[in-house]
Design a protein around this ligand. Structure first.
Ligand code: UT7
Length: 334
């Protein structure tokens, strides 16, 4: 006879309780980058909207950034570290195959009863993680989840590459997700298009680098225009679908927080989804650059701290990037 197994039972709903960030202290203006890539402050501002970005110090690791953001999110949530059931770290720049960044982050934060796992979905990593945290809490596998989006992209870009050197940067953003009596994280709309795997990828694998004697350490490369066209054309449809499945009208949004890929992509999406002009739009890229998995929580924190978006308001999130992968959902802001 098959044994009967007690099912895990969770909360009816889940919500984001708090958001914390770590913005590295070193501010890098365009002027510091332009000579090496034969560019100009005007070109970078006009083509990407970036005015400055933050770079971590050489000795400030992905784990350090994640711990700092996680600590702030925990403290704002009022949840003790040992109440966290799972630490999830969305990143593509942790420089070790194993162990995970998450295990170290959990240990340093004192999340002694938490499972820990890294999640690789590039610039969509935070929105992927949020969808999973929502289901883990509703399914009963965790009561509270600490989700961190973190990148130290400066370790993985070629400072001489005109297509990426000015764009990518370093930061961490974290949220505590916990139980809720009312729905506060809408259904996720997600997907992947592996046929465009070469649109954002590495110059070579670490194994090829080892076996071929270099010569150049693997770095990120991007077919900028290809990704730009895909983001504007396809991601606007995904954003609209996330609104539809959540049953929320664009008019009822209090914030639109897309992945901070490029200000022109954001502007084009705003036009494509016909976002009403009263809905504030995240534009953190101007001061943070493109921080991949960290960009959505980072932009969320800036909007909340500046008062641009209200606590408890309704926001549309969308992440998209290397894979190519994407994920979007409507949430109640912490
Ligand atoms: O986060 C993951 C997802 N990533 C994205 O969503 C990024 C998507 N792509 C982009 O944001 C844009 O493609 C970039 C910002 C990366 C580049 O902007 P672009 O408008 O697509 O530039 P482009 O590559 O089409 O180049 C336009 C011109 C070219 O000159 P000509 O041929 O028109 O004379 C380039 O040589 O700009 C030139 N150029 C530059 N000039 C100054 C390219 N890179 C630079 C540069 N500085 N860094």
């Amino acid at each position: 006879m098959t044994a009967s197994i007690t099912p895990s039972l969770g909360s009816p709903h889940a919500r984001i309780l708090s958001v914390g960030v770590r913005r590295p202290s070193r501010i890098v203006p365009n002027s510091e980058i332009v000579d090496r890539i034969d560019s100009s402050d005007e070109w970078i501002r006009e083509r990407s909207g970036i005015v400055e970005r933050r770079w971590a110090e050489p000795d400030e690791s992905v784990v350090d950034l994640a711990v700092a953001a996680g600590r702030e999110a925990l403290s704002k949530s009022g949840i003790a570290a040992d109440q966290i059931g799972l630490v999830m770290v969305a990143t593509v720049t942790h420089p070790f195959q194993t162990p995970s960044a998450a295990a170290e982050v959990a240990f340093q934060l004192g999340a002694s009863r938490a499972g820990a796992v890294d999640l690789g979905a590039a610039c969509a990593g935070f929105c992927y993680g949020l969808a999973m945290a929502n289901d883990l809490i509703r399914g009963g596998s965790a009561q509270y989840v600490l989700l961190v989006g973190v990148e130290k992209l400066t370790d993985w870009i070629n400072p001489d590459d005109r297509g990426t050197a000015f764009l990518f940067a370093d930061a961490a953003g974290a949220v505590v997700v916990g139980p809720s009596d009312v729905p506060a994280i809408g259904p996720v709309v997600w997907g992947a298009d592996g046929s465009q795997a070469d649109a954002i990828c590495m110059t070579q694998s670490l194994i090829d680098y080892r076996d071929n004697g270099g010569p150049i350490f693997p770095t990120l490369v991007m077919q900028g225009q290809q990704v730009f066209r895909w983001a504007v054309g396809e991601m606007s449809k995904i954003a609209l679908e996330a609104l539809e499945v959540a049953g929320v009208a664009a008019d009822d949004l209090d914030a639109f927080i897309p992945h901070q890929a490029n200000m022109r992509i954001t502007d084009a999406m705003v036009r494509a989804i016909k976002l009403p002009s009263h809905v504030p739009v995240a534009r953190d890229i101007a001061f943070s650059g493109n921080t991949s998995a960290a960009s959505v929580p980072l932009a969320m924190e800036r909007m909340l701290e500046s008062g641009e978006a209200p606590h408890g308001g309704t926001a549309l999130l969308i992440g998209f990037g290397a894979g190519l992968v994407f994920a979007a959902q409507v949430v109640t802001l912490p």
